[in-house]
Design a protein around this ligand. Structure first.
Ligand code: 13P
Length: 260
């Protein structure tokens, strides 16, 4: 079953409102006639309104980078999904490895945040992936099992199908060492198999799995033509229009070539 390509840019803690708006405008201009794929960008929270304003009627989506599990209350500094939705986001990244490693988001909290995203009317982009030491210890599948079962276990099938999963091996993030296309496909196929074992078949058929970790124009084609790689979650190379657009063009071109 054909799943529509979904490429998202995670701008992480970069680009304040003015710079973010500038990049959004460049992407909007370049992707004005795009109908071939879904594109989202995830600015820092304070830059979201400026980006939403620039991307109006563009078909490009805006995502939060994180959300609090509660809808409101005494949680100084936190941003709830309801506010992201009101500000114009349609997606929210949940469980990014930087949240897990630097901010203490554990599987139980990630599960709450996935539910909070749906409560707020947002679609979660749920990140999973192993560290280098876990991979070297042969724990890839066990780590994915644990992360998926806690974060997705309580979801109804229609919600599960609406999740985007991002397989982001921690050792590939920001290192320049992307997973090989074969390593990505192997992990993605494992994830899809896990979905088949835990949900009705349509969930595994529909759910899109992005690969993330040192994606750039030069490796995007080979990654995005793997049968179970449905998109990319791009960090560093999403911060410049030319780099991000290069990934999109390389991915589309390689997919066209692989089908002809
Ligand atoms: P890089 O593309 O910079 O490796 O980051 C990947 C990532 O963490 C996207 O969420």
């Amino acid at each position: 079953m054909a799943r529509r390509l979904f490429i998202a840019g995670n701008w992480k803690m970069n680009l304040g409102p003015a710079q973010a708006a500038g990049l959004a405008l460049e992407l909007k201009a370049a992707l004005a006639s795009n109908t071939a794929l879904d594109v989202a960008v995830a600015p820092v929270a304070v830059s979201i309104p400026a980006v939403v304003a620039k991307l109006k009627h563009s078909g490009l989506h805006v995502a939060g980078q994180d959300l609090h599990a509660e809808a409101s209350g005494a949680f100084t500094g936190a941003v709830p999904g309801e506010h992201l939705r009101e500000a114009g986001c349609t997606y929210v990244i949940v469980g990014h490895s930087e949240r897990r490693q630097l901010f203490g988001d554990d599987d139980a909290l990630v599960a709450k945040k996935v539910k909070a995203a749906f409560r707020a009317g947002l679609l979660p982009i749920l990140c999973v992936g192993e560290t280098l030491s876990q991979r070297q210890a042969g724990q890839l599948e066990a780590v994915l099992d644990q992360q998926l079962s806690v974060a997705m276990g309580g979801l109804a099938a229609d919600q599960a199908a609406a999740v985007t999963l991002a397989y982001e091996p921690v050792w590939a993030i920001g290192t320049g060492h992307n997973a090989t296309p074969e390593q990505a496909q192997e992990a993605h196929a494992y994830i899809r198999g896990w979905l088949r074992g835990h949900f009705p078949a349509f969930v595994a058929d529909q759910l899109r799995i992005q690969y993330g970790g040192s994606v750039k124009a030069s490796n995007a084609g080979a990654l995005l033509t793997q049968p179970d790689v449905d998109g990319a979650l791009v960090g560093g190379a999403s911060l410049k229009a030319a780099d991000f657009l290069g990934i999109i063009e390389a991915g589309l071109a390689a997919r066209r070539a692989s089908r002809s």
